[in-house]
Design a protein around this ligand. Structure first.
Ligand SMILES: Nc1ncnc2c1ncn2[C@@H]1O[C@H](COP(=O)(O)OP(=O)(O)O)[C@@H](O)[C@H]1O
Ligand SMILES: [Mg+2]
Length: 400
């Protein structure tokens, strides 16, 4: 039996969404192959484990979690990955895991921080590497990479807050060249926090002031006209990947229209985009989408190309912006740990959720084994010839 440590929560605005996705995933895991070990990161950044964490009722009052579960640290001892009791006299082993399955959203966790920690411990883990996850969180860097790979993206301008403060006129000139309307976003936030549309220079100044409250790095994009938003998920890794069906974001029911969100009455929004805090539930989608053949082909093609060139693996959901009149397709952004792991994009085509989870875990173990075969260290110890201050110079000379 493989022990899967499902890591969720974390200090981010999408904390609760992460709990929902994780509890759901744990319920769907094939118990004939996998033993589920829940690992919850509280908003206080403490880590907990215990069976109670599989029950939604435990989270009705987040303050109660510390009574219902054990506070632990994830670490390595001998060849085992252990959850070690954090407090008390005896720091016993509470549980062990074989593979980690991060289901976290947003800054401080999904952005490569958690992947980096797991990488340091050398634990096999599901999903994108530290690099892919970090690129996935930065709306500027991901565009720079995609542009270099000839993947279509909208025209944009980006800058740091201090550059705007010292060179406002030049930046406004560049935005003018893009042409209004534009959309202003903090580069690394997500959940539509701090995002505003601007139809002219006055509005763009306000929108930039707003975005600067949330991030040092700002992106201003040209608005796509005749907008249709579609999504496509990709599962796998660079060697072997598969697209889901394409989903079309619905603008009625549970979801607010783009106009409602950004242009409508009282649209001075700084909070979450909808009830699900920007993460997407299946109720907001029509799957499969009704699309022209040529648009559909481009969405599949660019989903795979973006998955590859952004260094992603596991499952990622790509947001696309489509100009439905011009039939132009733009990749908007990757969601490297999508809400509900985007399972509902796969199930209508016959892949069950438990199968999806199985593929993800197997993929993680396979990637880990492949990586292990590469040379990562050398037997010889450079420090064996080190002899104090004199040696330090010598080493510098050798290594630089
Ligand atoms: N360039 C654009 N043109 C038109 N609409 C856009 C553009 N960029 C974003 N949007 C709209 O804003 C929403 C949120 O933007 P997005 O970049 O996906 O941020 P988040 O990280 O908050 O999901 C999108 O789902 C889409 O409705
Ligand atoms: Mg988005």
């Amino acid at each position: 039996m493989i022990k899967v440590g499902v890591i969720f929560g974390g200090e981010s605005v999408e904390h609760e969404i992460s709990i929902i996705t994780a509890v759901q995933a744990m319920n769907y895991m094939d118990t004939s192959k996998y033993e589920v070990v829940p690992i919850y990161i509280g908003k206080d950044r403490n880590w907990y484990t215990g069976e109670a964490l599989r029950d939604m009722a435990t989270y009705k009052d987040l303050n109660n979690v510390s009574f219902m579960a054990k506070e632990v640290t994830l670490t390595k001892r001998d060849d085992k990955y252990i959850l070690q009791k954090k407090n008390g006299l005896f720091k016993g082993v509470v549980n062990t895991i074989d593979v980690a399955f991060p289901i976290v959203h947003g800054k401080g966790v999904e952005d490569g921080s958690l992947a980096g920690y797991l990488e340091t411990l050398n634990i096999p883990y599901v999903g994108s590497s530290m690099l892919g996850s970090a690129i996935g969180q930065d709306k500027v860097v991901q565009k720079q990479v995609m542009a270099a790979c000839d993947i279509p993206i909208v025209d944009y301008v980006w800058f740091y807050d201090t550059e705007y403060q010292t060179d406002e006129d030049k930046i406004l000139q560049n935005i003018k060249k893009l042409g209004y309307p534009v959309i202003v976003k903090p580069a690394r936030l997500g959940s539509s926090v701090g995002i505003e549309v601007a139809k002219n220079e006055e509005e763009v100044k306000d929108a930039i002031e707003e975005a600067i409250k949330y991030d040092e790095k700002i992106i201003v994009e040209k608005m796509v006209e005749n907008l249709k938003e579609v999504d496509c998920a990709v599962i796998g890794n660079y060697e072997d990947m598969e697209c889901s069906l394409i989903g079309e974001m619905l603008t009625n029911n549970d979801f607010l229209t783009f106009e409602d969100k950004y242009l409508g009455k009282g649209s001075k929004k700084t909070g979450s985009k909808n009830q699900t805090g920007g993460k997407i539930s299946n109720s907001g989608f029509k799957i499969p989408a009704t699309l022209d053949k040529e648009v559909e082909e481009q969405v599949f093609k660019y989903s795979k190309e973006a998955f590859r060139c952004l260094n992603l693996s596991g499952v990622t959901r790509f947001d696309f912006l489509v100009d439905s009149k011009a039939k132009k397709v733009y990749v908007n952004e990757p969601n490297t740990i999508p809400g509900s792991l985007a399972f509902f994009f796969f199930t209508p085509a016959g892949k069950k959720y438990s199968k999806l989870l199985d593929e993800l875990i197997k993929g993680a173990i396979k990637e880990y084994k492949t990586a292990k075969k590469k040379v990562t260290s050398f037997e010889s110890n450079v420090l064996s010839t080190f002899d104090g201050a004199k040696g330090a110079k010598g080493i510098k000379g050798k290594m630089m």
